[in-house]
Design a protein around this ligand. Sequence first.
Ligand SMILES: Nc1ncnc2c1ncn2[C@@H]1O[C@H](COP(=O)(O)OP(=O)(O)OP(=O)(O)O)[C@@H](O)[C@H]1O
Length: 629
Amino acid sequence: MTTSEAHSTPTGAPPPPPPAEITYSGQYSVNPLAEVSFRAMCATLPAVLARIGRLSWRTDRRAVQLLVGCQVVTGASAAVLLAATARAMGPVLGAGNAADRLHGALPALLVVAVAAALNRVSGAVATYAERRLTPLLTSQTDSALVEAVCRVEAAAYAGDGFSDRQEAAEMGVVRTHVMVTDAQRFMSSLIRLVTAGGVLSLLNVVMLPLLLLAVLPAGVGAVLTARVDYEIHYANVSDRNVRGMMRWWATTSKYSDEVRANSMTDYLVYWYRALSDRCDRRNLAAAPRTLRISLLSSLAGGVFLLATWGALAWLAVTGRIEPAIAATAVIAVQTALAALSQVVVNGAAVFHTSLYLSDMRSFLDEAAARAPRRGPGRISGPVEQIRLDEVVYRYPGKDRPAVDGVSLTLERGQILAIVGANGSGKSTLTRLITGIYLADKGTVTWNGSDLADTDPDTVWHRTGLVPQDFARWPLRVRENVTLGQPRTHDDGPVWEAIDAVGLREAVEELPSGLDTLQARDVWGGVDFSGGQWQREACARALYRQPDLLILDEPTSQMDPRGEHQIFEEIKAIAADRITIVVTHRLENTKVADHIVVLEHGRITEQGRYDDLVHGGGTFAELLALSQDR
Ligand SMILES: Nc1ncnc2c1ncn2[C@@H]1O[C@H](COP(=O)(O)OP(=O)(O)OP(=O)(O)O)[C@@H](O)[C@H]1O
């Protein structure tokens, strides 16, 4: 069966819907280039070069010093080369026999050879320095971006176009691969241009402006093309972002069962292709514009180039310059032309790169601005009490608060259960209690310290969270348990946490025990079952021995034995901490000292299990439904 056969829809059924049209229209959706003039764009070059210089300097000073040294040698050797060529031309084109003429030119020719050799060697050393610098620069920029995203306030993820701007910033990282090369080539061609242009203007002052005119159209063309490319890149950001996510979802082994058994492959491939087609259509639509730019700039450049050569020929033929000078001028024109084209091409490349670097810079600035700044307060000592006073939280873009005026007091030693329908605000409430989100209104205090004024690291050092959607880290078993917590010298505490969740047998059966890599997709890696992964996530939280332990549906994938063991453990260790359990399995709330029922972000019922069972409210109704089979 072919793909198209497999994908054919039954008669009368509607065709598969295309991917969602993403029309992002937030405050950042405006192309920053739209209003910028050509001159203004060129004027940014020195600042961009300075920024590349600063970034490089911070990364590897020796490599930068080497690069600058090579630039100086390149410039000096190019000037010497041209001057010596001019000197050699006199005897070579002068009168006398060939041997005398060559003999007369020999000293200058030797200088030419040495200067040319120096030029080549400095080029090779510059390439070495560049290769030393670029990988470091790319890794550092990449790590800085990852760190910045990891450190933002969690609420930033829900902010206006955050993910799209992150995708745009990723392009800045990609461009760091070529950034130093472009800048280095730009600078060395500029130096060659200045020396060749200087020699040329010494020979005849008219030649230089003519040369400039010959290459300027190519420069304008290259910058305008870069602008079109960036426009397309900008228009494709959202689609590329979604396509990147979809690529992972469709191809990861994590969801391979679901994709195959539910015959999703055809639609996913169609969806992926449809997004690619959309990006391609935008690229193709821009092609005629770039063709026009390229044709017009070539035409104008060609006319001026003809004028340059014509002027040189006229000067020589009419005897206004000597043949030796004319011959040197030919070499100088060739050198200057090559250098000027390189200046233009690499200048446009630097400009192009600067656009992506600006996206990256502004994203990093925004990420830095969104890093937690909550004041110097610290949580120390055991957490005796957590208090919520009229706490309200609304997600950006939502009409209703997810948590709406919740007040609660939790004491050390207490187990709190939070129950409620899907979307009633349970997980959001746990995010507010841990300070992952800060309340829009009201306060959350730990031992009397308002979380809005407290360094969040001191809060999170005392927290252990098993989220509903926990991560399956592609790390060794040991790190999967100790991640986020300093490790002890022996594995005793790791095994204790593993025993507490009944996972010892499964770990001992692994090929390398605690050292086994839990990444099925990597050679030598293994995978756990869903319930075993969940037990491991619980072990991770228990290993931390936190003051606040939050378990959001901690046993949803576990067998009854595992579930029983986890709740026994929760009871056994409850005295030393505050424990919160979020669950839909209402029988499990029997372990709790206090239960709150959330509806639309508000507490509508609370009390002990026995009170609520007989209270005739939502809790009793939900319990009855769960038992009605
Ligand atoms: N990151 C988010 N951005 C925007 N809205 C969100 C986000 N997370 C949750 N919400 C919304 O907030 C409300 C409460 O969600 P929350 O996840 O707290 O509910 P819950 O009670 O934990 O649900 P469930 O039982 O399904 O896990 C829902 O309306 C949900 O759509």
